[in-house]
Design a protein around this ligand. Structure first.
Ligand code: SF4
Length: 281
């Protein structure tokens, strides 16, 4: 049994929520710089160059890349030989979020209930926490801070199995087309296939956090990622919706076993500020 103090998680989350808001992750930075070189639309190219300049100012001044500093999502993969000490894990994670948003002067965007008074909690908590238990003694911490301009454009479709891969393509491309300029393109798109209604959405969220330099390990799904990317960029939405070749930087697909009668398809839309980080503790 390995003992891990929840204070370690709290402090790491405090650090990471600031880091992802101040600096583009390496994969996003690389993709946007490549796109700026390859973009053939004049206004598209200028827009990408502005995004790069914006990110350089943010990094230099330690200010957020975007005013929407997001809702924090935490995926924790916990080795079952780990015993957490020094308090409740959930409290420590939320404490890390609150400390990070306070220390980094990041906008607090969370309201305590969604429909009636919508009172701001003033510390950007609570965050969303997903845990999974695996063998071993390690703790993998993966975080994202999700902006809602793009989150609001996400969709879920309960496809019939007979709709097959073409049905998946239609659902994903329809979601991207509908998102258009509202999702602050160039977008990163996470697609979750299989599982249940709810779990497909979790898979899609996890897919947005996967590196844009990676592919699905299954070559059929890797090919689907590539084909979807080509189709998405043919939509000519362009950087910030101003037309151009670069509408989507990457489409990541994750899948899970599902019921014989269904083929859930969730599309989680993310933006050019797809903030994500992963560490092993
Ligand atoms: S969708 Fe992304 S780029 Fe647009 S406002 Fe939200 S965080 Fe910022």
């Amino acid at each position: 049994m390995r003992e891990v103090s929840v204070h370690i998680l709290r402090d790491k989350i405090k650090e990471l929520v600031q880091e992802v808001n101040f600096y583009y992750p390496r994969d996003i930075d690389k993709k946007i710089k490549e796109a700026a070189i390859n973009e053939t639309s004049k206004i598209g190219k200028e827009t990408l160059e502005l995004l790069i300049k914006n990110s350089e100012i943010a990094a230099r001044e330690k200010i957020p890349i975007c005013q929407d500093t997001g809702m924090v999502i935490v995926f924790l993969t916990i080795g079952q030989e780990v015993h957490f000490t020094d308090g409740l894990l959930t409290d420590a994670i939320n404490e890390g979020v609150a400390l990070g948003y306070e220390e980094g002067y990041l906008r607090k965007s969370i309201v305590e209930e969604p429909v009636f008074d919508r009172i701001n909690t003033k510390n950007n908590t609570p965050c969303i926490i997903y845990t999974s238990i695996v063998a071993g003694t390690e703790v993998e911490l993966e975080i994202g801070t999700k902006g809602f301009g793009s989150e609001n454009m996400s969709t879920i479709t309960m496809l019939k199995p007979a709709q097959g891969v073409n049905g998946v393509k239609e659902a994903v491309i329809a979601a991207i087309k509908k998102a258009g300029p509202n999702a602050c393109p160039p977008m990163v798109v996470g697609v979750g296939l299989g599982g249940t209604f709810d779990y497909a959405a979790v898979l899609a969220k996890k897919a947005t956090l996967r590196s844009c330099e990676s592919s699905n390990a299954d070559p059929r799904y890797a090919q689907l990622e590539n084909e979807l990317l080509v189709l998405a960029n043919e939509l000519n939405i362009g950087p910030q919706g101003l037309k151009g070749d670069t509408s989507v930087l990457k489409i990541n697909v994750e899948y899970f076993p599902t019921h014989i009668a269904g083929m859930p398809c969730a599309v989680n839309i993310s933006c050019h500020v797809t903030r994500h980080a992963k560490v092993v503790l």
